[in-house]
Design a binder for this molecule. Structure first.
Ligand SMILES: Cc1cc2nc3c(=O)[nH]c(=O)nc-3n(C[C@H](O)[C@H](O)[C@H](O)COP(=O)(O)OP(=O)(O)OC[C@H]3O[C@@H](n4cnc5c(N)ncnc54)[C@H](O)[C@@H]3O)c2cc1C
Ligand SMILES: *[C@@H]1O[C@H](CO)[C@@H](O)[C@H](O)[C@H]1NC(C)=O
Ligand SMILES: *[C@@H]1O[C@H](CO)[C@@H](O)[C@H](O)[C@H]1NC(C)=O
Length: 381
């Protein structure tokens, strides 16, 4: 029996576990994993990494990917450092960096999402995720420096990333005795709108204790940098203008889809998948292409949801390749599991219907932003 080549685009919370699962359990398979960076970035801790440069060592949050695959035979695994630039469904190929063409029998799209803070016009990028090139350490250091020097910071978006980042920057300023004005802008009438109102109250209370100014029910209508690029003017939908040294837009997640055929994408740019996580092109034909994680049109963009999807894709690939084993389906469900530290001593969140005590949020996540679990996301099980 010849071997089956599975190409995986994206090596993070979704792509890496799929590669491990196939290499472990599926005979005669070759996995080719494509990623623009040689390291996995533990983005969950990004708010603390960026606000508190001394909190962690870079080895704790930037973990070499290939090391996790060193124990597989050389001929069954290949890591390709590069950016997938196009997919040909008919030829069953992926092009990397517009030059190398790689053939697949099966393809997995796990290219994830990013934040607006990484867009080219953001001035100094705030790396909550990897950029296209393999230079994240430099970007992190530049952002850390910029953040620690700023005296006026505007954060747009009061979801978990905005709230956590506001809390961390405020606490870092407090710790070094600096007078920093942080403004958090929420489009909704309460912060953390996906959680229960009680969680929003706790978050707002803690943020105010840390002297974060919260502006609610306001949208950012524009953000412009001064000619010398040193300050920002941020306009709100009531005509108000605010000024800052740094502007951090955490609003909205952007799909990494520039290389993905248009017919795979829904109107928001996410990859349409069925419940087996097979990509849907609208033609009704059964494609040898799956997707997992943030890039899919499943709405919960969370790391543990990416891991759940990875297990489903791996099982379905195995069933398809070997003709054996059970197929699985993914259903994200409705329950909410989220812990949102606000500084190192507490926070809020929601565990199913329950709002955890601040001290529990501290104990589980606030103390170290789960950094000790970073390796488990990419390790072979
Ligand atoms: C600041 C922050 C905090 C978060 N905190 C939490 C949390 O506490 N709990 C939680 O559950 N979730 C959290 N999340 C969400 C979580 O990070 C995502 O759900 C998770 O990263 C999704 O994993 P993924 O593998 O689908 O995509 P990603 O992690 O986005 O990874 C995609 C990978 O694909 C690569 N890629 C992209 N384009 C290409 C291409 N063209 N070619 C090759 N490779 C490509 C990227 O470089 C990246 O390595 C947080 C996110 C952020 C930004
Ligand atoms: C993901 O998409 C964003 C927005 O288009 C882009 O800035 C970023 O470089 C992309 N990341 C990768 C790894 O391609
Ligand atoms: C994703 O898109 C497919 C195809 O349009 C659709 O059948 C499916 O219900 C969508 N998934 C979600 C979670 O909306």
């Amino acid at each position: 029996m010849g071997s089956t080549t599975v190409v995986i685009i994206g090596a993070s919370c979704a792509g890496i576990p799929i590669a491990h699962a196939l290499l472990k359990d599926t005979p005669s398979v070759k996995v080719i994993l494509i990623n623009p960076a040689s390291t996995f970035y533990f983005m969950i801790a990004a708010p603390r990494i960026l606000a508190k440069p001394k909190a962690f060592r870079s080895e704790q949050y930037l973990l070499p990917i290939e090391r996790e695959f060193a124990h597989y035979p050389k001929d069954v695994f290949e890591f390709v450092l590069g950016v997938a630039t196009s997919i040909s469904v008919d030829a069953k190929t992926v092009t990397v960096n517009n030059e190398r063409i790689i053939s697949f029998d099966y393809l997995v799209i796990a290219s994830g999402s990013t934040t607006r803070t990484m867009e080219d016009d953001s001035g100094i990028p705030i790396p909550f995720k990897h950029p296209k090139s393999d230079n994240i350490q430099t970007l992190i250091e530049e952002a850390q420096q910029k953040i620690s020097q700023a005296t006026r910071i505007i954060i747009a978006g009061a979801g978990p990333i905005g709230v956590e980042t506001a809390g961390e920057i405020a606490e870092a300023a407090e710790n070094r005795g600096a007078d920093v004005h942080i403004t958090l802008i929420s489009a909704t009438d309460r912060v953390l709108p996906v959680l229960k109102p009680r969680a929003s109250e706790v978050a707002e209370h803690r943020l105010k204790e840390k002297k974060v100014e919260i502006i609610k029910s306001r949208k950012v209508t524009g953000a412009i940098r001064s000619v010398d690029r040193s300050t920002w003017t941020v306009s709100l939908d009531n005509g108000q203008s605010l000024h800052a040294d740094i502007y951090i837009p955490t609003v909205g997640v952007i799909p990494n889809n520039s290389f993905i055929p248009q017919e795979f994408l829904d109107s928001q740019g996410w990859v349409k998948v069925d419940e087996e996580l097979r990509v849907q092109a609208g033609t009704g034909s059964k494609l040898p292409i799956f997707a997992a994680g943030d890039i899919t049109n499943n709405s919960m963009k969370l790391s543990f949801k990416a891991a759940e999807q990875a297990a489903v894709v791996a099982a379905n690939l195995r069933a398809e390749i070997t003709g054996k084993g059970k197929r699985r389906v993914y259903n994200q469900g409705k329950s909410i599991m989220m812990l949102v530290p606000i500084g190192s001593s507490g926070g809020t969140g929601q565990i199913f219907g329950w709002i955890p005590w601040s001290s529990l949020v501290k104990m589980i996540k606030g103390k170290d932003f789960l950094i000790s679990r970073a390796h488990s996301i990419i390790a072979a099980s």
